[in-house]
Design a protein around this ligand. Structure first.
Ligand code: R5P
Length: 302
């Protein structure tokens, strides 16, 4: 089946790279905001037969950036899918490398809904064929999709990058107990005997403030702290500070989705990180590891 890839405004670099890996044509979009805040988006085509009858891959990350927030990115995604639906394609595959709202995978306080499910319901309403995302905060939410849904793993790519930096005597540190399983899976890429340690993190569900504590045996160890998301950098900076207080040598701050909001970079470097490493699920200068080939490999054999 002939394929074409729509590069969403939220994934301009990664979208093009995936298309290059697949050796297929791309279509971009024309998007803007009206003075009242409403959004406009059209597929940048003059001839709709470019889309008709093809397998259409839409790539759109929904992370916040200086010119768009998550809500705008999500609505752009909805407009792209709906445009393709109206035009008519053989198959629609949606790739959302960073899925906004995925952290609210359950109800924390009375009166809430799990926002992750709300977003998935929106995507389900379009009756797409396949959905791909990367390193979901809680992979269990995949069951809420009504189509085939895949959580792509970026851990090997991130571990390969760190190995090239020459890290030695590695200990993987999880910034909280809940992320230990993910850290264990990550540690395997450095060797079977690599230790995984964790700090205790408690987040106040009303204010969002975190408290972290613990003392580990990290003397002369190179520490890799892996999280799915760096948002304000509070979690990572605190874990780095505690690692340094525990004797760590070099410390690498690794996140699949390095959103880097507010003073995140400053906080993390000031806490003592040697390097901050993210993937191109978010288009920024910390996107040192590309997901393009890994995602394209899934789409190739489709
Ligand atoms: C939460 O559980 C996530 O895994 C991250 O630890 C969190 O989103 C990081 O947020 P921040 O950078 O604002 O501390």
């Amino acid at each position: 089946m002939e394929k074409i890839l729509i590069v969403g405004p939220g994934s301009q670099i990664l979208g093009v790279k995936i298309a290059e890996e697949l050796g297929i044509e791309t279509v971009d979009t024309e998007s803007k905001s009206f003075p009242d805040g409403e959004n406009y988006l059209r597929l940048n085509i003059e001839d709709e037969t470019i889309i008709q009858g093809k397998e259409v891959i839409i790539v759109q990350s929904t992370g916040p950036s200086s010119n768009a927030d998550q809500n705008k990115r999500l609505f752009e995604l909805a407009m792209m899918i709906d445009s393709v639906k109206r035009i008519g394609s053989k198959k629609i595959i949606v790739v959302v490398p960073y899925l906004a709202y995925a952290r609210q995978d359950k109800i924390f306080r009375p009166g809430e809904c799990p926002f992750a499910t709300t977003i998935i319901r929106m995507i389900n309403s379009f009756n797409i064929d396949e959905f791909y995302t990367v390193d979901l905060h809680e992979p269990k939410i995949l069951v809420d999709f009504s189509c085939k849904a895949i959580n792509v793993d970026s851990m090997k790519l991130l571990a390969d990058y760190i190995k090239k930096l020459g890290a030695k005597d590695i200990v993987v540190v999880s910034p909280d107990k809940g992320a230990v399983e993910r850290s264990k899976a990550f540690a395997k890429y450095f060797g079977d005997d690599v230790l995984v340690e964790y700090f205790e993190k408690v987040r106040d569900v009303k204010t969002g403030d975190i408290a972290m504590s613990g003392k580990l045996s990290l003397k002369n160890k190179d520490v890799v702290i892996a999280d799915d998301i760096i948002s304000t950098g509070g979690t990572m900076a605190t874990a780095i500070k505690l690692s340094k207080e525990s004797g760590a040598n070099r410390v690498y701050a690794v996140a699949t989705h390095a959103l880097m909001l507010q003073q995140a970079k400053y906080r993390i470097l000031k806490a003592g990180a040697d390097e901050i490493i993210g993937t191109d699920s978010i288009d920024n200068q910390l996107a040192k590891v590309s997901l393009a080939k890994t995602i394209a490999d899934y789409l190739k054999f489709d």
